[in-house]
Design a protein around this ligand. Structure first.
Ligand code: ADP
Ligand code: MG
Length: 238
């Protein structure tokens, strides 16, 4: 029996009259890769932001490693080991690759020396050591994705939240991205990843959770979920 690392309980999130998340409960076990999928507007990003702490739910709870973190800010969650990818923002483009990763680790409360050490280590892990001194603006789109992941990894997470890190990649870049995600899991980090395109994540995830219209439509092994008629028609309807 593995332990529960993330427990989302009865999350509801309203934006005015719109119910973006409607009573969503799910969990991630230690060592698991879970895919959160669904058509556009299903509520994936909202739930992702609620788990990360960037959005406060209208009701419901988020527990991480048995601790209720619902009221905790993103930085506090990060210190506990719950880390997310952030798209590399324009303001960071003037910094080089290494500096971007160091800033990620510093923002999560690492000391300067440790942040630098972590940064070199994760750049090696994601295959960006050669690009350490290059301004982030000069990285290819695929390298920028790696940098996003490296920044999150530099905070030494126990659970990594990945937001559409495969979208827009070529097939070979996507394969390399999947290899990286597998190696992250092998390093003992659990993963919750959001993707729009089901086929991308199917070979990768242990379990797929399908959101539609703010609710969980179904969940299970990716092969079963892919051929579920309700899932097929939810995607057709978008
Ligand atoms: P997904 O990521 O699955 O495409 P989202 O969580 O982004 O879905 O959006 C779910 C619904 O909530 C959509 O109808 C979207 O327009 C709405 N929504 C998301 N964020 C906000 C917000 N900050 N204010 C108002 N409506 C929002
Ligand atoms: Mg989204």
């Amino acid at each position: 029996m593995s332990a529960t690392i993330l427990d989302v309980g009865h999350i509801t999130c309203r934006f005015g009259g719109l119910l973006a998340n409607d009573d969503i409960s799910l969990s991630v076990q230690e060592g698991e890769i879970v895919g959160l999928i669904g058509p556009n507007g299903a509520g994936k990003s909202t739930l992702f932001n609620i788990v990360a702490g960037a959005v406060s739910p209208t009701s419901g709870s988020v527990s991480f490693l048995g601790r209720d973190v619902t009221a905790l800010r993103p930085s506090g969650r990060c210190r506990l080991g719950l880390s997310r990818t952030f798209q590399v923002m324009r303001s960071f483009n003037s910094m080089n690759t290494l500096e971007n990763v160091i800033v990620g680790a510093l923002a999560c409360g690492e000391g300067a020396r440790q942040a630098r050490r972590n940064a070199y280590e994760v750049l090696d892990f994601v295959g960006l050591t050669r690009r350490a001194e290059v301004p982030a603006s000069e990285l290819t789109p695929a390298e920028k994705r790696r940098l996003e992941v490296a920044r999150a990894l530099a905070t030494r997470p126990k659970l990594l939240l990945l937001d559409e890190v495969m979208s827009g990649l070529t097939p070979s870049e996507a394969r390399a991205g999947m290899d990286l995600i597998v190696r992250i899991r092998e390093a003992g980090i659990s993963i919750l990843l959001v993707e729009h395109v089901m086929e991308i994540v199917a070979p990768l995830v242990d379990r797929a959770i399908v959101l539609n219209l703010g609710r969980i439509l179904t969940q299970g092994a990716p092969a079963d979920v892919l051929k579920d008629e309700r899932v097929v028609s939810a995607y057709l309807g978008e």
